[in-house]
Design a binder for this molecule. Structure first.
Ligand code: SAM
Length: 332
């Protein structure tokens, strides 16, 4: 049985971008009505139950978490729960610049930023009209705010951004942040995943290894260690501006057969479903429990325990998985 110590919380299904692999243009979006989204008080109640069952690490995500009002204040409250050691944020960084310092002050210690390209036009195209300049300002603000961990996540798309792998490595070196390569997964829509656009992390790793020696880091140092399944490598001889080695992560959900071995997480969707696995349709609805008149947490705890007990041994992405919910609705 998996031991669960990590919960990803989607605070909203809404996003100010429309990435090709997440919210493709042919998918109509119907944002959830406000009444269906958990209030911050409800999320905190679930998080409190989670901590009582051994969860110590949280990641706030979405949709785009920074589009929800007062998210930094919510994080401040999350950080006050007993036993919390880690609060991460996953963001496209377009709205990060003005919020970075407050988020850091309120307890965020890890920030993951999506960055698939450094080309302004391509960024606009891939993100459905996003502005690369805002993202770059967000990255600089995150670095200035002094988060102990800032990582860039690049989703690999054959023929779209695989020609930028070395540019992204150079950018990560300049900024002294860790860069991670992520395989496309069949979330939101299975159609993004075709032989024409899928490229494996091992392919990209081999390409990098033709230029640089890559040294595996089976025990990554604390400044890059995350709670996820990334495999980390150091680029031998390539130092960033702080004199540290450049480090790269590879997240191969589709090709790494041991991907799920160490999975320690559950996900709370914006509308209150607890999901034990991103790549399985299994979910348990907490909203009726939260909105019943019962003010004790016993029933919530029961659903939580059931979710952990039924956590699949591995995801179903390799078995012709047909997504049932959009990524924004699950929380990435
Ligand atoms: N809006 C935030 C962001 O941009 O990081 C948080 C939510 S987003 C869904 C979380 C991560 O999931 C992003 O890094 C995004 O690139 C990744 N993602 C979304 N759809 C994906 C897919 N089909 N395959 C692989 N990664 C995906």
């Amino acid at each position: 049985m998996h031991i669960v110590t990590y919960m990803r919380i989607s605070v909203t299904d809404r996003c100010n971008e429309r990435c090709a692999y997440c919210l493709p243009h042919d998918v109509t979006i119907e944002w959830l009505p406000k009444g269906q989204i958990l209030t911050y008080e409800e999320i905190l109640r679930v998080a409190r139950v989670a901590t009582s069952l051994g969860v110590t690490k949280f990641r706030v995500t979405g949709g785009e978490p920074l589009v929800r009002k007062n998210v930094a204040d919510f994080i401040g409250e999350l950080n006050k729960l007993p036993g919390v050691t880690d609060i991460g944020l996953s963001t496209n960084a377009t709205l990060l610049a003005p919020l970075a310092r407050q988020l850091r002050a309120n307890g965020v210690n890890k920030v993951n930023i999506s960055l698939d390209t450094l080309d302004t036009d391509k960024y606009r195209e891939l993100s459905g009209n996003g502005q690369l300049a805002d993202v770059l300002a967000g990255i600089d603000a995150a670095i200035d705010a002094g988060f102990p961990q800032v990582k860039l996540n690049m989703v690999l798309m054959k023929g779209k951004n695989d020609n930028e792998v070395f540019d992204l490595i150079e950018f990560a070196r300049e900024k002294a942040v860790t860069l991670r390569f992520i395989e496309l997964m069949p979330i939101s829509t299975g159609e993004v995943l075709t032989d024409d656009n899928f490229i494996s992390v091992s392919h990209v790793r081999r390409k990098i290894a033709q230029r640089y020696a890559l040294v595996p880091l089976p025990e990554p140092p604390s400044e890059i260690k995350g709670n996820g399944p990334a495999a980390y490598y150091e680029v031998s001889g390539l130092l960033n501006r702080r004199g540290q080695p450049v480090r790269l992560g590879f997240i191969g959900a589709m090709t790494n057969l041991h991907f799920c071995d160490t999975c320690n997480k559950v996900r709370l969707t914006a509308d209150g479903k607890l999901r034990p696995c991103l790549g399985s349709h299994l979910e348990y609805d907490l909203k009726p429990v939260l909105r019943a008149n019962d003010t004790s947490d016993a029933k919530l705890r029961e659903v939580f325990v059931q979710t952990i007990r039924n956590k699949p041994e591995e995801h179903e992405f390799r078995n012709n998985y047909v997504p049932g919910r959009k990524m924004i609705a699950i929380g990435g």
